[in-house]
Write a protein that binds this ligand. Structure first.
Ligand SMILES: [Zn+2]
Length: 379
């Protein structure tokens, strides 16, 4: 089959790779209809993840049609259209039973993370195999392990371009608002107007926030925020963000501050990288947050962030919560919301291309060029 593969630092290309096969009774094979770029790919593309090897298939978020099921798959049949959650979780370990699939002990082979983090997180698609990854969705076919746990039927009325965002971006955004315990009347600030930031703003509105303000330095993305989500926007380049946020929250500061600024591909270095110039959004979020508020980090940065303002957490009595992924549990409710037109995501697919143009798509996505928020590929 054809698949978009990592081929070295800064290099992706479509290659011929072997078709995936069922390996376990709970596996199924999905023929991909759509897949999308993800900011978490960028350190890998930049060559900052030494565990990557050339030829690994990229693609964390995808949806497609079931073409083959293992003997223990109960919830899916051949020809079902499904979206697949970005975390690979078993559904049966202690963490999965506590509704923390992104912390699954069995979906992973990510022992490389243990020396740095103490424990490995769940595995995911399109990540290096040595970091617990599985072949990704920028391909004609994908093997989906634990299919009953990680894949979800898409309602007929929801388009592929909308549903593909239920794989990772929408669950992450919704989780950001949930971790922040956004409540009616809250003022919420979100750093980053990419897909996850925009979806966090949507989720905050859905939970009844009084004001939602998105902070970014790109006018094209902020126009999407004000036009589509109907929330407020602040551009770093033109305004004093901290003063504006104080002004818009009765002088106290936002109740919930979410860092959804994600990663950039900039800079050399190795994983896990210390980012001496990274973390600016996080520091600003901590600074802006009202005393006793909640700071949520929705992050895909693989390493360390320097100059973490620990003192502010104690002196301001802040709570910090963090997640990289939600796992699948939230996906059915998001798909239902999409079917009711209460969650609209297809506008985030600013660029739609055949998989053959993967290198061009990733270059646009990396550079945020031509108004690119996400590229959606059709294999
Ligand atoms: Zn598990």
């Amino acid at each position: 089959m054809r698949a978009l593969c990592w081929a070295g630092a800064g290099l992706v290309e479509v290659r011929r790779v072997p078709d995936p096969e069922l390996r376990n009774a709970q596996d199924m094979i999905v023929r991909v209809r759509r897949s999308t770029t993800c900011g978490a790919d960028l350190p890998l593309l930049a060559g900052r993840v030494p565990e990557a090897s050339a030829g690994e298939v990229l693609g964390r978020e995808f949806l497609g049609d079931v073409v083959e099921v293992g003997p223990e798959v109960r919830r899916h049949r051949v020809a079902d259209r499904v979206v697949v959650g970005a975390a690979v979780a078993c559904g049966a370990c202690w963490f999965c039973r506590q509704a923390m699939p992104a912390c699954c002990d069995n979906g992973t082979g990510g022992v490389a993370a243990e020396p740095q983090w103490g424990q490995p997180p769940a595995g995911g698609y399109g990540r290096p195999a040595r970091l617990g990854g599985f072949a990704g969705g920028h391909a004609e076919y994908v093997r989906v392990p634990y299919a009953d746990v990680g894949a979800f039927a898409v309602p007929e009325s929801v388009s592929d371009e909308r549903a593909v965002f239920a794989a990772g971006a929408a669950p992450a955004g919704w989780y950001g608002a949930e971790l922040g315990e956004v409540a009616p009347g809250d003022v919420v600030a979100v750093w980053g107007a990419g897909a996850v930031g925009q979806l966090t703003a949507d989720a905050a509105v859905a939970r009844g926030a009084d004001r939602v303000v998105v902070v970014d330095d790109r006018d094209d993305r902020l126009r999407m925020v004000t036009g589509h989500d109907g929330v407020e926007a602040l551009n770093h380049r033109y305004v004093d963000v901290l003063a504006e946020l104080r002004e818009r929250s009765g002088g106290r500061g936002p109740d919930v501050c979410v860092d959804a600024s994600g990663v950039t591909a900039a800079g050399p270095g190795r994983w896990p990288a210390v980012e001496p110039d990274g973390g600016a959004a996080l520091r600003e979020a901590v600074h802006a947050c009202r005393k006793g508020g909640v700071v949520v980090v929705l992050d895909a940065r693989p390493g360390f962030v320097d100059r973490f303002p620990l003192g502010a957490f104690a002196d301001k009595g802040l709570a910090v919560r963090a997640a990289r992924r939600r796992g699948g549990a939230a996906i059915p409710a998001l798909l239902e919301r999409m079917a009711r037109d209460e969650l609209v995501t297809e506008h985030l697919a600013t660029h739609r291309m055949p998989l053959e143009r993967g290198a061009e798509g990733y270059a646009l996505f990396r550079d945020r060029a031509d108004g690119c928020v996400r590229v959606v590929f059709t294999p």
